[in-house]
Structure formats: C-alpha cells, structure tokens
Ligand binder design. Structure first.
Ligand code: HEM
Length: 486
C-alpha cells in the first residue's frame, strides 16, 4: 500500500516536473488556468469567442493559454497577422491539419504530399477549369431547386431556411464534384446528405476529442456508412464525378493509399468542399430577409443584371459586377465566418508585433489567430460591429470600400473569412459564385419570406467557433412559392 502511494506520488511529481512551465521575460503573457493539464479547455470549447475576449481584456493582443495539455499562443492584433501567415518555415500548417484529419476522419495518409493535393485544387478550383465547374454547379443547382420548389406549385411551402439552403447546396455540390447520378448502388444525394448532417453534428466534438462513448459509436458508424456511399465516387472517369475528384483518386492511388484510406480521404474532401457554402448562404438569406432595405437593394441589383441577361443562370457564365451583393455577402461573412487560423511552431521563432514588441514562440506550441474577434467584431474597426449593415463594404459612390483603420493605421486585414496567404481558401471564387447563383435563382424565381414577419436572425451555436462557418442555434422558418403562378 505504502509502495503504491509512493509510486503515485513519484508519477505525479514527475508529471509536474515534465509539464511545469513558467513565463520567461520574452514569452507572451501565460495563463494556464486552474485545472492541471486541462487548463482552459472547457471554457475554450464552450464559447471560444467569449473566452478569447476575456483573455484579451486580461492580457492584451497576445497571450498563451493552456488547453488539454497544449500551449496555444493566441494573437488578436490584425496588424501583426502577416508575421504568422507569411512564415511557413517556422509555423507549419500541415501538422495540425493532420491531427484533425486523424481525429475527425480517422485518416492517416501514406507518403502524404500536401503540395500535390494543393496543386490539384488550384488547377481545378482556381484556374481555367473553374468556368466549366461553375456551369456544372449551376445546372445541378437549378435542377435541385426545381425538385425542391416545383414551378407548378401554387401554395406556400414552409421550411427551415438553414435546412433548405444547406440541403440544396449540398446536393448540387455533391452531384457536381462527387457524381452520384450514374451510380447504381443507390448513392443518391439525399441519403448522403442525411448521413452527412449526422456527421457534421458531431464534428466539433470529434475535433476536440470530447465524444462520449455512445457518440463515439454513432460517429464511427456514420463515418462507415458515408465511406460506403462514397466508395464509387471518382474511381473511374465515367463515375459522374468531377475531373478534380478523379485526379485526386489517382493521386491517392499513386501514393499507395488502400481502398479504405481513399474513401476516408474522399469523405474529408466532401466536408472541405461542402461544409461552409450551405451555412454561408443561409446566413446571407437570413440577414436579407430580416433587413428589408438590404433585401430590396440586392433584388434591385439582380433585376438590373437580369435585364441584361438572356438565360436565368448566366450570372455564372461570365463575370458580372454585383457590388451590392458582394458587400452584403462580405458583411454576412464578417458576422458568421469564424475559423481559427492555427499553425504549429516547428522551430523557435521571434514574433515581431506591429507595435514593436517582440515575443518568443516556443517549439511544439501552437499559434492561433482568431479574426472573428478582431478584425471582424472589433468596434474600433467596424462601427456597431453586432449590426448587419449590407453596405458596410461600399463607398458612397457604390465602389468597393477597402479602407478600414485600427490605431490610426490602415488595415490589410479588415475581415478574413477565407484565411490568407499560402494556405488561404482555394475554393473562394467557386464558393462566392455558387452562393451568388443560389441567391439569385431563389430571389428572382420565388417569393420567399419569413413565416413570422417579426422573426429575428437566430443566435449562433457557440460551440462551433473555430470551425469555419458558424451554424445557428435553431432554424429560421420561411415560406416560399414560385413567382407568377398565382
Ligand atoms: C463560404 C465558404 C467557405 C469558407 C468561409 C472557407 C474558408 C476557408 C478558410 C478560412 C481556410 C483557411 C484555413 C487556414 O488557413 O487554416 C480555407 C482553406 C481551404 N478551403 Fe475553404 N472555405 C469555403 C469554401 C470552400 C470550398 C467550396 C472549397 C473547395 C471547393 C474550399 C477549399 C479549401 C481548401 C482546399 C483549403 C485549404 C488550403 C490549404 O490546404 O492550404 N473552401 N477555407
């Protein structure tokens, strides 16, 4: 008995000695929290925006917190963001991405070369191939809309706007990129969406490693079902999938990934390509419906465009200028895009802040930017930051407004929904095009209104801060019917 107590005591002492950390003069302020090892993990996970605001009040624009055994240096001064974004030698994007890959998708890629995957993405989502992808997406979007909202329907149909936007965009995106129509194993987009929603609901807990045993079992079986549904996607050239997915499959095969690993990797791509667009379109339509002036401005711009158009989908076929829509979307993303930009410190680095201060970043720690708190919700940068102002990013003469200030200096990053630098979003153009096309189709072909005219935009689900687009706590009920049939 005495020996057991002695050994436990020794183990605790050893653990303390190995993990003890105190602040040196060159370190950012250190806040370990009161709970050993766990530190601030619970508060961080519950509502990261609120927690990081509290830490900022206490320590300023840079501080290091302990969360679940890791030390994370959080930087909240947008004037200093480039010091992190531009140093991919000391601050690595891939390592943390691999941790998430393993936790969420149970995926470990053999001989993984992220630069090859990036090159493929660039080729298909940013270059000359984008136009073809845009028209495929437009075609599927139109077909999905017609199935969901038949043109001959006369009565109002009621539905939650989040589910409506997410499911329609998911199905059209799935068909465009992953195929499905031509598979004879029943992989229709609706069944993929149903499973995907369950997976998405557990995503933040998977990423944090906080699933309860029952949830773990559910996550595992949903993942398996999704992998089964995605099995044929992109395998052959005639699988109905996009050239991008087919090339991605080939790359995985060349890297020596077995069949199961490939399916998990395809599931990861499903999440990366479909997880943000639907929620973004929901928030945009939600803000427009709850701000009549904004809705009128966007509709007016669309009707001016459509008088110049010959087909109802041609918004995607050639570049059109829609500054009002662009500002309304930018403002939506300012309020609802909340990714962590996380990097792992792979070699010790001195971080030079814009105000001249210098801090040491320790090897093995993580660095995290949270643009949602600053610049996006910073009252010094954006007047009344909680309010939706569709024209916030427009000058009086209707041109794009790009000058925003903090501390008297003009900002490079005044909103940052897409990340930035070498690891910034590669799907940005495709996503904006898709959302614009979707909102255009809905607003020009349907009457869409709030079921209860007094409804407000729902609160966000605070547990999702850090994972891209936020999602609402509850849905927003809307009703719709085709135009000109009554
Ligand atoms: C509203 C929709 C979207 C938002 C708000 C969004 C946001 C982001 C953000 C913030 C990052 C940077 C992460 C970081 O630096 O740590 C990112 C990366 C990325 N996004 Fe998006 N995204 C969206 C849609 C899409 C779509 C539709 C695609 C593909 C079709 C896509 C593909 C990617 C890829 C491949 C990366 C990783 C870049 C890399 O590995 O270096 N995104 N996205």
């Amino acid at each position: 008995m005495i020996w057991t107590i002695f050994l436990i005591f020794q183990a605790v002492l050893l653990y303390f000695l190995l993990t003890h950390r105190s602040r040196s003069k060159s370190d950012p302020p250190l806040d370990k929290g009161v709970i050993p090892w766990l530190g601030h993990a619970l508060e961080f996970g519950k509502d990261a925006s609120k927690f990081l605001d509290r830490m900022k009040q206490k320590h300023g624009d840079i501080f290091t917190v302990r969360a679940a055994g890791r030390y994370v240096t959080v930087l909240l001064d947008p004037h200093s963001y480039d010091a992190v974004i531009n140093d991919s030698d000391s601050l690595d994007f891939t390592r943390y991405a691999q941790v998430l890959m393993e936790r969420i998708f149970n995926l470990r890629l053999p001989h993984h070369q992220p630069s090859n995957v990036s090159a493929l993405m660039k080729k298909h989502f940013m270059g000359v191939n984008l136009a073809a992808l845009n028209s495929t997406m437009s075609r599927h979007l139109q077909a999905s809309l017609k199935t969901e909202m038949p043109q001959n329907q006369k009565d109002w149909k009621e539905q939650g706007l989040f589910n409506l936007s997410y499911s329609l965009l998911f199905k059209a995106g799935y068909l465009s990129l992953f195929g499905g129509e031509q598979n004879n194993n029943g992989t229709d987009p609706s069944s993929v969406y149903e499973e995907y929603k369950k997976f998405d609901g557990l995503l933040t807990k998977m990423a944090r490693g906080t699933l309860k045993p029952e949830e773990k079992r559910t996550a595992q079986s949903v993942r398996q079902r999704l992998c089964g549904l995605l099995a044929p996607a992109g395998l052959t050239q005639d699988s109905g999938a996009s050239p991008w997915l087919h090339a991605y499959r080939r790359l995985l095969q060349e890297d020596g990934a077995d069949e199961e690993t490939q399916r998990k990797a395809v599931l990861m791509q499903l999440w990366a390509t479909q997880g943000n667009v639907g929620p973004a379109a929901f928030w945009l339509l939600g803000y427009l419906l709850t701000n009549p002036e904004a809705l009128t401005a966007v509709k007016n711009e669309f009707s001016a465009v459509s008088t110049m158009e010959t087909s109802e989908t041609s918004l995607l076929d050639r570049p059109v200028n829609t500054p009002v829509f662009d500002s309304a979307l930018e403002e939506t993303l300012r309020l609802t895009a909340a990714p962590f930009i996380t990097r792992e410190v792979v070699q010790e680095k001195t971080l030079n802040m814009a105000d001249g201060q210098q801090y040491l970043l320790r090897k093995g720690d993580r660095v995290c930017l949270f643009p949602f708190n600053s610049p996006q919700k910073d009252p010094e940068i954006h007047h009344e930051p909680q309010k939706y102002k569709y024209d916030r990013f427009l000058n009086k003469d209707g041109s794009v407004k790009r000058d925003f200030y903090k501390g008297g200096r003009r900002l490079k990053y005044y909103t940052m929904p897409w990340g930035a630098g070498a690891n910034g979003c590669m799907g940005k153009k495709f996503a904006i095009n898709t959302i614009r096309q979707f909102v255009y189709m809905v607003l020009t072909n349907y009457d869409l209104e709030l079921s209860d005219p007094n409804s407000q935009i729902p609160e966000v689900n605070a547990s999702r801060y850090g994972f891209g687009m936020l999602q609402p706590e509850r849905d927003l009920l809307v009703r719709y019917r085709p135009r000109n049939t009554h």
